[in-house]
Design a protein around this ligand. Structure first.
Ligand code: SOE
Length: 387
């Protein structure tokens, strides 16, 4: 076991989630490579110093290029907004640093391919932050599917619903600006659903989508962090240049059919990242807002007791759970990041690529972009156009 010295770019929402994971890992998974929190980086000197002290980093930087140049750092963790991912990742790869990058990997498919090629050429480990794979209930879904417990998959139905921008006076934060975010709900939320579908069902074959921007302009923000922001209703206004909602149909290479939806205009849904998978012998349902539970239906149950039943995925036999608490003592959102970092540290120790890595990031980007192309050209788009 050895230490892995981390330099992290970004100190707000994902910076806090990743910092928490680095701190929790050695406490709950002592047998794994230990992440050493060497430096946190952000443009605002006061903001990043406050985060350094609060999150427990050894030092703070205000220029990511300096962070990458340090010889006491082995891995660069990229939590900056999406438009910065490519430049930072290319520089980190050139410096021989391992890379952990938040989703979506890049603003475009072409950029994501360039990032993958640079990481592979540099021979570094590379991971992309699809944290929901690491919920124990999702790991259980993967196990049941792999064991054939629901048979041949015919349907994947996935939706990620939020409501934090339904109020038209909510300011124009960076997630609503195409040049920074790349897309709106599609790349921010839809990316998670695409990755989940790839993880549980397999590769996409063809897609066709539709999208809408319900609120066309918003007040410019005075301050923002994570999903909250302050703004004055009478402030100057700017155009929303991304989708508020994107829905698409898909056919998987396996022949299964998919329906996928991402929206930030579903009042009452704070973070409903949910899927249902129907197979020839059963079904599986997951809702992140009840993330410790998996609903399962097996057609071979005795007829008089057939029906969906709830499995509480918190026993020691469920993925990662033997490291936390006794059965029934549930875990939360932040634990998925600790499990993600567990995979990253383990992969480095075992000298293999973590999963999901930049290959998964590129395949996700291809699906996102194929959907956008299908919307522009109002046609089915094959993923073979992105190979
Ligand atoms: C905002 O939509 C957001 O924070 C996403 O950016 C995250 O990836 C998702 O996990 C929760 O919602």
């Amino acid at each position: 076991m050895s230490n892995v010295r981390i330099g992290m770019v970004g100190y707000k929402f994902m910076g806090k989630a990743h910092s928490n994971a680095y701190r929790a890992l050695p406490m709950f998974f002592p047998q794994v490579n230990r992440p050493v929190m060497k430096a946190i980086c952000g443009r605002d000197p006061q903001g990043v110093e406050t985060a350094r002290a609060q999150f427990g980093w050894e030092s703070a930087e205000t220029d990511w290029r300096k962070l990458i140049g340090r010889d006491d750092i082995d891995l660069i963790d990229i939590n900056a907004p999406s438009d910065a991912h490519k430049e930072i990742a290319l520089a980190a790869a050139a410096a021989g640093k391992h890379i952990f990058c938040e989703k979506p990997l890049a603003l475009t498919y072409a950029d994501s391919v360039e990032m993958l090629e640079a990481a592979e050429k540099a021979g570094v480990k590379h991971m992309v932050g699809f944290n929901y794979r690491f919920a124990p209930a999702v790991q259980l879904a993967k196990k049941l599917i792999s064991e054939g417990r629901i048979g041949t998959i015919n349907h994947f139905r996935g939706f990620f619903l939020q409501d934090w921008i339904v109020d038209p006076s909510f300011p124009l934060v960076w997630r609503l600006q195409k040049e920074i975010a790349g897309s709106g709900s599609h790349g921010d939320l839809g990316a998670h659903v695409v990755d989940m579908a790839r993880f549980l069902v397999g590769e996409f074959d063809e897609v066709i989508g539709m999208s809408e921007t319900f609120v066309k302009e918003r007040p410019l923000p005075s301050s923002m962090t994570g999903l909250s922001a302050k703004g004055d209703e009478n402030a100057p206004r700017g155009p929303v240049t991304v989708d508020d909602a994107t829905l698409f149909l898909a056919r998987f290479k396996s022949g299964a059919l998919g329906s996928i939806e991402a929206t930030r205009f579903a009042p009452g849904h704070r973070c409903t990242n949910s899927f249902e998978i129907n197979g020839s012998k059963g079904s599986i349902k997951f809702d992140f807002e009840r993330m410790n539970e998996l609903e399962v239906y097996f057609a071979d149950d005795a007829e008089d007791v057939q029906g969906f039943r709830r499995v509480l995925a918190t026993d020691p036999s469920h993925a990662y759970m033997d490291a936390w608490w006794p059965a029934g003592h549930t875990i939360g959102y932040e634990h998925t990041f600790t499990h993600e970092v567990h995979e990253l540290m383990t992969a480095i120790a075992e000298d293999r690529q973590p999963v999901p890595n930049f290959v998964d990031g590129v395949r996700c980007q291809a699906v996102l972009e194929a959907v956008e192309l299908s919307i522009q050209e109002r046609r089915w788009v094959s993923l073979r156009e992105f190979e």
